[in-house]
Design a protein around this ligand. Sequence first.
Ligand code: AMP
Ligand code: MG
Length: 464
Amino acid sequence: MKLNYSQLPSDFYSEASPLKFEKAQFVFWNEGFASAFQNRFSSEEFLSMVRGENSWLKETLAMAYAGHQFGHFNILGDGRAALVDEWKNAEGNLFDVHLKGSGDTIYSRRGDGRATLKAMLREAIMSEAIHALGIRTTRTLAVVDTGDFIHRNGMEKGGVLVRMASSHLRVGTFEYALLQDDVKKLKALADYTITRHYPHCASTENPYLNLLKEVVHVQIELIVEWMRVGFIHGVMNTDNMSIAGETIDYGPCAFMNVYDPKTCFSSIDTAKRYAFASQPGIAQWNLWVFANSLMPLIHENGKVAKDMSIEVIDAFPTQFGNSYYSMMGRKLGVEISIQEGREWVEEFLEIMEETNSDYTNSFLFLEGKEVSEVYLSTSPRFENWLSRKDTFPEVEIGNSNPIVIPRNEWVDRVLNEAIENDNWKLFNEYQERLQRPYESQSVEDVFSTFNPKNDLSFKTFCGT
Ligand code: AMP
Ligand code: MG
């Protein structure tokens, strides 16, 4: 039996041989998530696979892709990951089982194909927190301590993460397909994508134009959700944008504390290309790259294909705005439209910014919850702004405003305790608390405390 993915033309992947880590041990196993799959491995079977004790894998592949990284085109591919299996959940949806940090592949360029245990644990914390917040994401099934050391900041513990995704198809996979200069290969990829993710497009008049519209839609929904919880992806290169609409690639991501639209923690993003408030614009830019890759399929006449694509991409700001302002309205407890509520929401953001208020806690404060680091009322504009709330109809806030998010300070502390002091109790407690982000905190809920000053020098890193 072959992997479903290998039905694509062979240009789209290469064989990979994950390293055998004889001393591998689990440090995280997500049984709750694993139980959603019938044809899964048990945790023991998994560990024996990572240790290289068996050879019952069907195929192991590294996927080829390209991408615009910080605006520049590069040919990439899984340089430190391998597709080892595909599982179906109870609804019959296929998931990729991917090892990350499992050794080099033909796409590794100068990299070692490895990952640090710390970076993989960080991904586990962040991805599972994003999921618990109700946001679409790749999941972490497991993290393994490889039992050896790799060269980073000195020698660091190596790790492997088992990433599950609805697929690893990226905007960059389509850029790679376009580069093959063979419309048959591009069509094979697009048809595969439609069958796997958007089957209803197949019977429409222009399946590929509709594929573009679908991806625009799921990306708008995703970015709006990131904005809701103050999530900064940090490296929205086109190779890190999922066609399925899941949050993928947890390198330099972080949650914003004090509201500042320019917040950017990534150490390499000196131009702040991927700052918090730039995310919608970047998404639109990436989707234009996607549209460009699909054009040969959208219409045989290049000019017509371009015009059709432009129309879809030009609709992005309005579609995004509608979804975004309605989400922000819900956070504030009112029903607003882009025409009527936009200016009111924007003024709230300005007040938060000028008073250095915490993003998460400001919304909780307006809900009447007891929170710290909110200085909204020090602004002369605040009372007037608040009085205008009554001009909008009320709406149920529901689960719009999280109480506990993975704040940088805590994520760092928990990881350091686990890696340096072997303190897994704190890691497990933190993981557990992040699974209930909307649940009121109790008095002893230390995980919602933080010092905003610690964020001023906080930096995140890619590819560690
Ligand atoms: P990322 O920044 O994680 O999106 O990675 C961008 C590209 O670099 C992808 O093709 C990765 O597979 C590759 N890459 C990142 N880290 C390594 C590594 N340690 N060894 C080999 N390739 C890597
Ligand atoms: Mg990536």
